[in-house]
Design a protein around this ligand. Structure first.
Ligand SMILES: *Cc1c(COP(=O)(O)O)cnc(C)c1O
Length: 382
């Protein structure tokens, strides 16, 4: 076989300019808490058509801070989809609140808004929706529901930087939008994340909480001396470094190419696999533009000789490191043990989980690698 190296399901795309920009910062006076942070935040906010961005150390920290600033605390409930990375639920627990899981829509794999409505109680404070694989959640319905019940909307957009919903950028819709810049995501800073908001009060709280809760103003300095600061709320060290921010700025310059490549890989898969009755492909709904973080397919297991595990292992043996996104959160031991979740309570997410595999999709995946994946997949499922 011509292709010997392993093909991962995803990986970063770093170009020479990215490297030059990082080296510049390494040679400068500020490798953290310097000017690149604000430059990255401003560039990012502009890109997603929002007022404010706060860069933090990772996407999970972004979710944690968004929940805290949303006022989520003990005795509150937060409704989230069971089909997500576990960070979406963990961040609610970090605030002492209860994550209330619901099922997803079969077509977009995003949170089922009718199920959300059924789970709303007096304790419900917020909804965290996930733009799964880059496909926007049903934001019109979510906004209507949030307005009706006075709930805060948090967008876990770790998959969806650059996606659009009815002409609006993801980042400009929810009260808080959280991004991740892990190497498998749309752009990377190594580790990294950001919270986006249009609310100045939220913005100032986010800035303070990512830096221990420190409040430092000109008034305080004038009154007590230049060294003086105060702490009014318990914060964290969730800072991103200037080294990482410089990589982020450089990656953002190139984000349109990142997304263009992701979308053309998506289209090539669609074209090649559409007629295969053993495979169900992800869809892009009208009015949505997806940055496509991952390419999750479902197998028509009833008419196949092999099961998902066999397909997964055989592709792996052929050098194709497919993945499964995700084990539904309610099936993880910690969530079963602490919240009493049982199997079969969320049929759509569970059915998806039984059948799904994520095919490789990342900007530097070559055409020949992709044709190899398509050919192998078709052989293996035969
Ligand atoms: C990646 C991811 C996160 C967490 O991001 P990190 O930067 O890895 O902390 C949260 N939610 C979803 C849906 C993700 O895919």
């Amino acid at each position: 076989m011509a292709i010997k190296k392993l093909i991962p399901y995803s990986k970063q795309w770093i170009n020479h300019e990215d490297i030059t920009e990082v080296v510049k910062v390494l040679k400068s006076d500020w490798i953290t808490q310097g000017p690149k942070i604000e430059e990255f935040e401003k560039t990012l906010a502009r890109y997603v058509s929002a007022k404010y961005a706060v860069a933090v150390s990772n996407g999970t920290a972004a979710l944690h801070l968004a929940c805290l600033v949303a006022g989520i605390g003990p005795s509150d409930e937060v409704i989230i989809p069971t089909l997500s990375f576990v960070a979406t639920a963990n961040c609610v627990l970090y605030c002492g609140a209860k994550p209330v899981l619901v099922d997803v829509y079969e077509d977009t794999l995003t949170i089922n808004v009718e199920d959300v409505e059924n789970k709303i109680t007096k304790k419900t404070k917020a909804i965290i929706a996930v733009d799964f694989a880059g496909h926007p959640a049903d934001w019109d319905k979510l906004k209507e529901l949030a307005k009706k019940h006075n709930l805060i909307l948090i967008d876990d957009a770790a998959h969806a930087l650059g996606s659009k919903y009815r002409g609006k950028m993801i980042g400009s819709i929810a009260d808080f939008t959280c991004f991740s810049f892990h190497p498998v995501k749309i752009i990377t800073t190594g580790e990294g994340g950001a919270v986006i908001t249009n609310n100045k009060n939220y913005y100032e709280k986010l800035l303070s909480l990512k830096h221990h809760g420190i409040v430092k103003t000109q008034n305080l300095s004038k009154k007590y001396g230049d060294w003086y600061y105060d702490i009014k709320e318990l914060g964290f060290n969730y800072r991103l470094t200037d080294i990482q921010a410089s990589l982020g700025i450089s990656q953002l310059k190139n984000i349109n190419s990142h997304i263009k490549r992701r979308r053309s890989i998506w289209q090539r898969y669609q074209k090649a696999l559409d007629s295969n009755h053993l495979i169900k492909l992800p869809t892009e709904k009208e009015g949505c533009f997806c940055a496509w973080h991952i390419f999750p397919i479902k197998f028509n297991l009833e008419v196949m000789k092999k099961n998902r595990r066999q397909v997964f292992d055989e592709l792996k043996d052929a050098g194709i490191r497919v993945q499964v996104h995700y084990i539904p959160i309610h099936l993880l031991s910690f969530y079963r043990k602490n919240f009493g979740y049982k199997t079969s309570v969320f049929p759509v997410a569970e059915d998806y989980y039984k059948r799904a595999i994520t095919l490789p999709l990342f900007p530097t995946l070559s055409k020949s690698e992709q044709f190899y994946i398509i050919k192998k997949l078709q052989e293996v499922v035969q």
